[in-house]
Design a protein around this ligand. Sequence first.
Ligand code: SF4
Length: 394
Amino acid sequence: MCAVNPLKLKACLLVEGIDAGPEALAGVGTRFKEQNHGLFGWDMVNHKSLDMPDDFVLSDGTVVQFRYNPSSSFRLETSGDGLYVSYLGEQIDDARLIPRPQFYDRLTSDGNPMRKIAQIGGEDCFFVCYQNYCSHFGRGEQCNFCNLVPTKKTYDAVLSRKEIHEIGETAAAAFSEGMCKHILLTGGCFSHEREVEVVCDIVGVIREALEVDTVPGTILPSATLQEDDIRRYRDAGIGAIGYSMEIWDEAYYRAICPGKARVTSHDDFLKAIGKAVQIFGPGRVYGVFVMGLEPRTTFLEGVRELAARGANVVPFVWSPNPGSRLEGHRAPTAEWYMETILEAGEIFARCDVPRGDENHCYRCDGNSMLHDILRNIEGTLPEKATEMTQAPAT
Ligand code: SF4
């Protein structure tokens, strides 16, 4: 039983990070799912020689990304009954680690470990980054919050480029275990035509492996204004598409994402999202944001604008992670995240954009809070929302 509001606890854990002793980490990498650094590193410090959990689950089912911080006042600890989260030594909620997928120990037909091809996000999301590289780093124009290239250098945990047939084999193995419900597909910079082809081929091979017409999940390619390309993505057989806008406010966007803003403007993103909603349908398009690097007002303006266009939003809670330009900075407070995400939740709970849980759900990742708040407040506004903000903090 959680002694505090689970959503508030999640905000605290994402902002402050968490420590864990050897007893709590026993079985990570064998019985329980470990981090494999398939994309970014989200911990407050690197831990190259130590297996850490990817994420864990609170008593009410809320999935929380594990962000290692040996200085945190929060700790994962063990008792006779299992795991729990403590704050300054006091037990505040039960927790459990997520079982390690069996395919993590299997090899592809080319002899590569499948965990170097794809990983499980949260409890049910088959995650593939088809290319762990981004040319913005080469020009010193990377997004200020991003540590893609440093993470690859530090851990070298995944293959930089994955062969399409290996992705298909890995998807077949992963889904046959019964754990996966959705996919999430992302990648670095490509020539545009090549990216459309690669993404469509990957979706095709996963569709064949799953023997379905439409793969439940989301692709996150570069934004395109070409309607033909968006149709090609849809016709390849994927449930939803998303574009990583990162920051809503134009001036902040240009300052925080210099390389990306040079290639894709704020207006281009908006047009691309509008076209994608027309082709995929309302609720089947996502704007992906990094939350905590711009004022609350502009972030919420973005949420309102996208909701008005029929799109959903995935806002990741920013971590000032190692290797990024903002390493050593501090994120806003947990209260800031709680209050801001609550307003975002109210916007979506009151509008008629379909939730899209068939393509991305609260069990898919532990670093966004919007899907948690929506599953809690929907249908009970505004009383429930008020109750959630007033629940005691740690
Ligand atoms: S576009 Fe930005 S966030 Fe994406 S990989 Fe490149 S630097 Fe990182």
